[in-house]
Design a protein around this ligand. Structure first.
Ligand SMILES: C[S@@+](CC[C@H](N)C(=O)[O-])C[C@H]1O[C@@H](n2cnc3c(N)ncnc32)[C@H](O)[C@@H]1O
Length: 284
């Protein structure tokens, strides 16, 4: 997945900038389409020549750029991304923007946000950066993701738990969640093999495989979400355009009022489920 180049990634500010042409040539030789941009990012991230060489070697071996760098740009911030952990996708910024739009300045007390299937924790961290103080909780089944998420949500004072979907969350959150983010795995099992090699080989299968039709994890989330949401709270999930109608059905079965929103530029589809009752904003 190409990472957009942050304006601060100038190769000329690196003490190793003279190595740039050689790095570009090595990346080009293995087919990196954005060799100049990637070289600039690697140069701006490495702090020693040995680290620089190791990073270029890893990229040449096919590791995703974000795993080489140790970070991904998401919603304008650098999010830590450890090896094996799902790299937050640019299209998912649309889900965060939709969530941010649900908050009102008068939301008090501090809104409760849960980032389920949090991976690196980028969604909750980005939402907190966008809307201000939140009571942020995140959870993932993968211990590597949980370790990574703890670093990303620390600035927002968030808590990260390890376990299966809602199971590790504190029981006291039941009925209090204003916004529930859940970018669950949604690739149908039979299509995992068609994903780009970087995803197939370097992201955990549990982060990608959504079961037969891709909606197995989503169905489990929508079945339980209403009991965790505050009256008038919201569940937001990303899906593919093709899966959106079936996703809507699962929301309705779960007692949520569904709404589909899309962004053609980002090729993003998000389903928002509104819990009945309460106010319409993210707070209680
Ligand atoms: C598509 S990734 C999304 C990660 C992150 N939300 C993002 O958008 O960058 C899905 C995540 O769901 C987690 N996951 C899969 N099944 C889970 C389950 N049953 N309970 C909790 N987390 C799960 C995976 O470990 C992975 O981190």
């Amino acid at each position: 997945m190409p990472l957009s180049v942050s304006p601060s990634a100038s190769p000329f500010s690196s003490p190793f900038s003279s190595l740039l042409p050689g790095i570009v040539a090595r990346l080009r030789a293995v087919g990196c389409v954005f060799a100049e941009e990637e070289a600039a990012l690697i140069l701006s991230t490495a702090s020693t020549p040995a680290e620089l060489t190791a990073m270029v070697d890893r990229r040449v071996e096919g590791l995703p750029l974000e795993h080489v760098l140790g970070w991904a740009e998401f919603c304008g911030s650098r999010m830590a991304v450890d090896p094996g952990v799902f790299v937050p996708r640019r299209r998912t910024e649309f889900l965060v923007a939709q969530a941010a739009g649900l908050f009102r300045w008068e939301d008090r007390p501090t809104p409760v946000v849960v980032d389920l299937c949090c991976g690196s924790g980028a969604l909750g961290a980005a939402l907190a950066a966008a809307v201000g103080p939140l009571e942020l909780h995140a959870a993932d089944i993968d211990p590597a993701a949980v370790r990574c998420a703890r670093r990303n949500v620390a600035a927002a004072g968030g808590q990260v738990y390890q376990g299966d979907l809602f199971a590790p969350l504190p029981a006291a959150l039941r009925g209090r969640v204003g916004v529930l983010l859940a970018n669950v795995p949604y690739v149908p099992t039979g299509e995992v093999g068609l994903l780009p090699q970087e995803a197939r080989e370097h992201e955990a299968l549990v982060a990608l495989d959504g079961g037969g039709d891709g909606l197995d994890v989503l169905r489990r989330v929508t079945a339980d979400a209403a009991s965790w949401l505050a009256p008038g709270g919201h569940l937001l999930v990303e899906t593919s355009e093709r899966q959106a109608q079936d996703a809507v059905t699962t929301f309705t079965r779960g007692g949520l009022i569904p709404q589909v929103v899309t962004d053609d530029d980002l090729y993003a589809t998000v389903v928002i489920g509104h819990a009945p009752g309460g106010r319409t904003s993210a707070g209680r």
